[in-house]
Design a protein around this ligand. Structure first.
Ligand code: HEM
Length: 329
């Protein structure tokens, strides 16, 4: 009798341990392709359509959505923490005031809440929207896994230490990228995002100066003279603070390898772009991508996947927000 009850309790103990193991592995579950296949089959279609219509109406949307993912993933991981509104959130930090695309994410989320309430995370919407933005601009078509969950923490104080500034040295950029699990090749590849989108004059104005009589002087001599003059004309002293220039003036809205050709011609807009050519550690990669778009696209697909997977929350971490700008109660 005693033997039976010991065997019985041992069986229970094993079942309990197996359950515990399964529960633990569920909470650390990884991202998966077609994560929403059963719970919300139209998830990717809805995001795609929303991005498509918004981009058709406004060609600046793809650049905004792509940059949004970068700023989301580098701070607290890809968990939509950048979308949270309020005093002291990431979104309120000056480094994030020029971000855009929030309304597109909100529209997709509103639709998803109608079709599949409480199911699709804002973090996945941000990642899918960036992926689609690249594709609609002529970039590579990529499948990305989903299953990210939304974070509950968003602090402005986390932004500066985690976002690259245009004045960074190559060593500083490498250090920050490697702290996110990204290599030198990822840095050279993901910087190729600057093949679309635009920038405010303040982001590069320190590369030249203008005296009170309006005479320009080139401070950063790594810039091509003619290009610098074009920039100076677009961004004269006293220009409206909202004035922007195209990151890649030749093919502004096309996701292609023109960015790298610009770099070779000393026409990188930010100092952090030009440095990819001047530093021996990335120069070869720039030359390869400038010559071979296929190689850039292959590398992009791999690096983008790594970017969109930084510090993701899965399983029972975080939450699925009901509305992207606010955490659930
Ligand atoms: C390597 C370091 C990087 C630096 C220093 C940097 C810096 C900047 C700056 C200063 C702007 C202009 C913002 C403005 O004035 O409105 C900008 C724009 C942009 N960045 Fe980067 N960036 C970097 C990497 C990346 C990465 C990794 C991505 C995405 C994968 C990215 C995507 C973009 C896009 C798409 C825009 C245009 C945004 C728009 O059109 O609104 N950047 N970046």
């Amino acid at each position: 009798m005693e033997k039976t009850s010991a065997a019985f309790s041992c069986t229970h103990c094993c079942v309990f341990l197996i359950w515990l193991f399964l529960a633990a592995s569920a909470s650390t579950a990884d991202l998966a392709l077609n994560f929403y296949a059963a719970s919300c089959p139209s998830a990717e279609f809805i995001v795609r359509n929303t991005v498509r219509s918004a981009s058709d109406l406004d060609p600046t949307v793809p650049g905004k959505l792509l940059r949004l993912l970068f700023h989301d993933c580098f701070v607290e991981g890809c968990d939509a923490s950048v979308l949270l509104q309020g005093t002291g959130t990431e979104r309120s930090d000056p480094a994030n005031t020029s971000l855009g695309g929030f309304a597109v994410i909100d529209s997709a989320k509103r639709l998803l809440e109608v079709f599949c309430p409480g199911t699709v995370s804002c973090a996945d919407i941000v990642a899918l929207a960036a992926r689609d933005a690249v594709e609609f601009s002529g970039g590579p078509v990529a499948q990305i896994p989903t299953g990210r969950r939304d974070g509950k923490v968003s602090a402005a104080s986390n932004v500066r230490p985690n976002i690259v500034d245009t004045s960074f040295t190559m060593d500083e950029m490498i250090k920050l990228f490697s702290s996110k699990g990204l290599s030198l090749v990822d840095l050279a590849t993901l910087s190729g995002a600057h093949t679309i989108g635009s920038a405010h004059c303040s982001a590069f104005r320190d590369r030249f100066k203008q005296d009170p009589k309006g005479k320009f002087t080139l401070i950063d001599t790594s810039l091509d003279n003619v290009y610098a003059e074009e920039l100076m004309e677009q961004c004269p002293a006293g220009a409206n603070q909202s004035t922007t220039v195209k990151n890649d003036p030749k093919t502004s809205f096309a996701f292609d390898n023109q960015y790298y050709q610009n770099l070779l011609a000393h026409r990188g807009l930010f100092q952090s772009d030009s440095i990819l050519l001047t530093d021996g550690r990335t120069r070869k990669q720039v030359e390869i991508f400038a010559q071979d778009q296929v190689s850039f696209f292959q590398s992009w697909t791999e690096s983008f996947l790594k970017l969109a997977s930084i510090g993701v929350k899965t399983g029972d971490e975080g939450e699925i927000r009901a509305s992207c700008p606010t955490t659930n109660a």
